[in-house]
Structures are given as C-alpha cells and as structure tokens.
Ligand binder design. Sequence first.
Ligand SMILES: [Zn+2]
Ligand SMILES: [Zn+2]
Length: 463
Amino acid sequence: MLRPFADYPVRLRMEEGESLAGYLRRFHAANGHKMPRELYNGLRALYRGTKSVSGAAFDVVQATFGDAVTIDRSWWLGRPSQKGIPGGGSHPSAWLVFQLDPLRLCPACLQDGGIHFALWELPLMEACPLHHCALLTACTTCSRTLHWQDCLPDWHCQCGVPISAMPLAPPKAGALELARVLANSSDLTLPQAYRAHFTASDGHQYRLKEVYKGLEWGTELRELFSGRGTLLGEPKAKPRPKKERRARWGSWERRLIGDSTDKLIARLVRAQSKHFASPQRLSYVFPRDSLSRAKVFVRESAPGVVQTKIQKALDHFLADYALEIPLSLFVWFADAKHSEKRVVYMRQFATWWAVLASRLGDLDPTMQRLDLALAQQARTQDASSHEVHVVDVLNLLFEGARQQLDVDNFWAFTYWWRIPPALRDASDPEELFRRIGLHLASIPAEEIMFVLALVQRAHKGEC
Ligand SMILES: [Zn+2]
Ligand SMILES: [Zn+2]
C-alpha cells in the first residue's frame, strides 16, 4: 500500500502545466525520498494508456494524492483504442501514448521554473517552442539516457551535471513548428511562462486530438505511396506491416507541418519529375496510380490543422501544372516550372493553332451530335486507352507549336479533320487548349486513332 500524500511532512502543490511524473518526483524529492517503484509502475501503465490496466493505475495514483490533487480522468483514460491494427488490441493509437521514459525536457525552461512540463510528454513533442531548442533525452556530458529513476534530486544527471546547465541543441527539421502547433492547442494547460506566447484565441481554435488526427492523416497519405516511393521525398521502402509503420511515424509527419507551402510545392514538383519523368510536355497518370489516389485523397479530405496546409499546396500545384480536362487521367504540364512560363507556352500554342485551324473545315453540328452519340456508346470499351490517345494528340499539337512546325506538314490532318467553331476562338489560350482537349475526349475511339495517326504523320514530315 502506497503512503498517501497527506502523511508526508512537506506537501508541495502541483504547478499549472506540470507533468504528473514531474510532480510526483518533485514531491518525493522535497520529502527526501525517491519515487516509490510501485507508483512509478502505475505511472508507466497510465502513460501507455493500455485500456485493461490504466484504469487501475489511475485509481492508485489518485488515491495517493487524496484530496490534494485531482487528476483529469478524461485526459488519462479517454484515449481511443487503436482499431484495425493486428495486435493493436486495447492499446491506444501510437499518436496517443504519452512519453514517460526517457524523460524529455528543455534545460532553459528547467532553469526558469524548475518543474517538468506536461507539454513535453506529448507524442512527437521534441522541441521547446519557447527556446527553439531540441528537448533533451540524454545527458550532454556523459551521454546517459535521462531516466526518472536515475536522475538525482534537483534535476542533476547521475554523473552530477545539472540538467539546467546543459547546452541547448537545435531541433530536428519540422520539430519546432510541430511543437508550436501542439502548444497552441486549446485544450492544453500551459505553464505560466508559456501563456504570453502561445494561445489558441486567434479564432482558429483546435484541440490536440485534431493535430494528431491530422498527422495520422499524413501517414495515410504516405501509405498511398508505399511501394513506389512517396510524394514528398521519403526514401523508397517496401511496404511494412501496418503496426510497424504506425510505430515509425515521425520525420515525415513532422515535415508536413514544418514545411512552408512553397517548400511543399517544391517537393511535389521534385516527386513528379523524379517518378514521372517524361520527354513529353503533358504527363499523365492513371486513376489507380498512387499520385492520382493521393490527389483525390487530399482534395476530398475535410479541412484540418494539417490537411488545410497540404490542400493549399496541392491547389497551388494544380493551378500551375494541371490541365483540367474531363478525363479520368490526371494530366499536367511536366515542364511548366511556374505559371508565367505556362502562359508563354499557351500563347505560342494559340498563335500557331490559329494558323492551323484556319485550314481546318467546320464540323457540321449534326455530325458533332452523331459523334457524341457514337462515342457514348463505345465509352465503356476501353476508356483509359482512349484517354491516352487524347493526351497523345494534345502533346503532339503542343509540341508542334513549341517547335513552330510548318502547318504545310499538316496537310493530311487539315484535309481530313473538321472542328467545331468554338475551337477557333483563341482569345483565351488556356481555355482554347482545354476546349480542344474536351472535344478530343468526346469523339469516337476510331476518330481519335485516325486524328492521332494524321498528327503523327505531320510530325514525321509525311504529311
Ligand atoms: Zn524551453
Ligand atoms: Zn550525465
């Protein structure tokens, strides 16, 4: 049976924002004791949050406090258990296991207040948002890991060096930004020193749970790419069992939060040029491809602390690169480094096309309706190869404009093909290109094959 707090001569109060483990250790140290092993074991169960044992552990800790301190039952026991993970059982999600051992702390904060903060125990909290340094988990002098049971009273490492005097180290990439986001959560009790710097009162209130859900969403996004590398530059890796993957979250999720929108876009561009390098101006991926699936996943997700930022980066990327034509393929300009360059390309295309289009006959509206009907009947046949041919024709036309090919080369094409009048209006080059794509997508498979053959002949100089 543990000795209740009421029986100790020195009864320190728990400070605001102080961690449970830190308070228990401070309390016992003030009375000249180490934290009892039984109490420490109870804390371990409570921090891990395993449903079957954490309830009993909570009762042990609360009974020790008596009336002196009331710990928040929902904070410690309200964590949802991990579902759908083999062997996950009643354990909480990896995101929701609080860090007990090794202990994490900021030497500068410790020097100011002398207490251990609950903030430092949060999953993925690896930097001090106030002092912009990494949180320590090992002694900077003897390199020993900092364990609760081994630390000397008054926050000294077992080698005798005071933790508050240890040098500050720079945080890992993205760790500081994530620490800031966590510290600004509306449901976190902050230490006094943090109050003036972190507040979620700017109208964008969110709870800790939302941040971690957002990070978990980031892991799902990454998993869409497992097996072929990832969207944002993680090294290629073989798919791992889900449980193991969850346990490894960290650097990628930190970067999702830490990177600026521009940096995220730069990563997207690098990823697409690395994985989809193509000599053609217009690249495409099939809907089943990882990049298409990730795009849909990001676009269709509800907004959130992490999600909104990635959604914005994707929107910018699509605005600069994607060709929005009604195909199931995801089509984009592989070499338009930014929108200004694309505008130049498009103008060049429109001027060249105007000359070519002046030689193309008008498509009779009745014929156009017949075309549409025929195309709709055949659409179910092999939609994806039809769409690939559409992109092929667009690529060849676009390339023809880039190379300023002589329109005389397109003699057979201009002789055989007819276009609806809407395809002659070049006042908005981007819209013109989109209309051509739209029209190509709507004609029967036989016609697109024929058009493709004609345009290919022109490129080869065979008319
Ligand atoms: Zn600090
Ligand atoms: Zn040491």
